[in-house]
Write a protein that binds this ligand. Structure first.
Ligand SMILES: Cc1ncc(COP(=O)(O)O)c(C=O)c1O
Length: 400
């Protein structure tokens, strides 16, 4: 593959209805007058996707008939081969259930596999749509808060063991790798987590959307590869969308090795009006297949770029702002920074970041109460943009 990408290139995303950049969205989320914040929030990348994904879509686009379509058949072998090559996970085609995004899929799974009033375990601080999916459907969030341990977070198994015993707990949502704390869980951690859940009859949803974004020195383990027991008691959510910057195409898959669970979910989806042709989009599977098949070199180049962005940000913030701590980035392109020791209360910190530094970040408290005083930086942008953002943060905070 000829190298035709340049992650340093600045691409104007205005007027593309980008959720991250659209002024109306920025003012709705951050407040009036904030429509021009430099956005380092929504988790997509300011890089072009691999050219192979674009050309595959262009080829289909040129046909000019976009009638009712099946999931493009190239999607399945491409996904299977990718997970075999990159994650040593042999996925059977029958296990794949396509869905139009993982966030909607988490909502459907909550509806399908739990009852109103049930409790669902999540490990806060965590990707906030999990709590919404639980609460929007009249179920209850049961937090198993992560604990800070030096430069990273760890799971609290003692707390999990106690909480998992409650018979009202029917489901646990694992974020692996973890957004926002950047952990790539070890095999031992996943095994302990899985055993506690299974011993207590808790269905595990493992959201592995970030599984390809693993920093040097770390290794992701797909949850169901740990044992047959784990495979039979879990559903794994995956997508090419984070890996190759294709989120707007709304394409994801659930991998459900247990035939009973799969059948129950497929029936549920059918009752919602989904079938084989609309568990995704026309272009999503085409782009994903092309990327899985041909864009590995692009990803291999992306990872060190992201990692250098992380090192830059960590060094800049920690060296220049006493009290700021940036957690180690093991996976994802989302960096979790602790501002609590700067002496700024969370509301004041947010005010300085938005009104003085003029940058838009995901605020820690969105991810759970234990996120207050933290900020999440999306570093998937050209280095020069990250430098501009980091310098603005340093300058603004130093004044106070
Ligand atoms: C853990 C996690 N799951 C799911 C999503 C979004 O998934 P989708 O775009 O497929 O709905 C994100 C996006 O940031 C995420 O971080």
């Amino acid at each position: 593959m000829m190298k035709d990408w340049n992650f340093d290139e600045i691409i104007d995303r205005s007027s593309t209805a980008s959720m991250k950049w659209e002024p109306d969205v920025l003012s709705a989320i951050f407040g009036k007058g904030k429509e021009n914040l430099l956005p380092l929030w929504v988790a997509d990348m300011d890089f072009k996707c691999p050219t192979v994904a674009r050309t595959a879509m262009e080829k289909r686009l040129a046909h000019q008939i976009y009638g009712y379509s099946l999931i493009d058949p190239s999607y399945f072998p491409a996904l299977i081969s990718w997970y075999s090559r990159r994650h040593h996970w042999e996925i059977n085609k029958d296990w794949i259930v396509t869905t139009p995004g993982i966030v909607p899929a988490v909502h459907y799974m909550v509806q399908c596999f739990s009852k109103p009033g049930d409790q669902v375990i999540i490990q806060t601080p965590v990707y906030y749509p999990f709590a919404r999916a639980i609460q929007n459907n009249g179920r209850r969030v049961l937090e198993n808060p992560l604990q800070i341990d030096g430069d990273h977070y760890r799971m609290d198994f003692g707390d999990l063991e106690k909480k998992a015993k409650d018979p009202r707990v029917t489901m646990a949502i694992l974020c692996s790798p973890h957004n926002p704390v950047g952990r790539v869980w070890t095999r031992q951690e996943l095994e302990r987590f899985g055993n506690i859940c299974i011993e207590n009859d808790i269905l595990i949803i493992s959201d592995e959307i970030h599984c390809d974004l693993i920093m040097p020195g770390f290794r992701h383990t797909c949850f169901p590869t740990l044992s047959e027991k784990f495979a039979q008691n879990s559903i794994t959510a995956i997508a090419a969308s984070k890996t190759f910057n294709l989120a707007g195409l709304q394409q994801s898959s659930l991998i459900i090795p247990n035939s009973g669970i799969r059948q129950e979910f497929s029936n549920y989806m059918e009752n919602l009006g989904f079938n084989n042709s609309n568990g995704g989009t026309l272009f999503g599977p085409i782009a994903a297949a092309a990327a899985y098949n041909e864009a590995e070199p692009w990803l291999e180049d992306l990872i060190p770029y992201l990692y250098e962005n992380f090192i830059y940000l960590k060094t800049c913030l920690e060296d220049q702002l006493p009290g700021v701590k940036v957690y180690n980035l093991e996976g994802t392109y989302l960096v979790w920074a602790d501002f609590r020791k700067t002496g700024l209360v969370p509301d004041r910190l947010i005010q300085i970041l938005e009104e003085d530094a003029k940058i838009g970040l995901d605020h820690g408290e969105w991810f759970g109460k234990n996120g207050a005083g933290f900020e999440r930086f999306n570093i998937a942008c050209p280095r020069s943009v990250l430098v501009r953002a980091a310098e603005a943060v340093v300058k603004a905070i130093k004044k106070y």
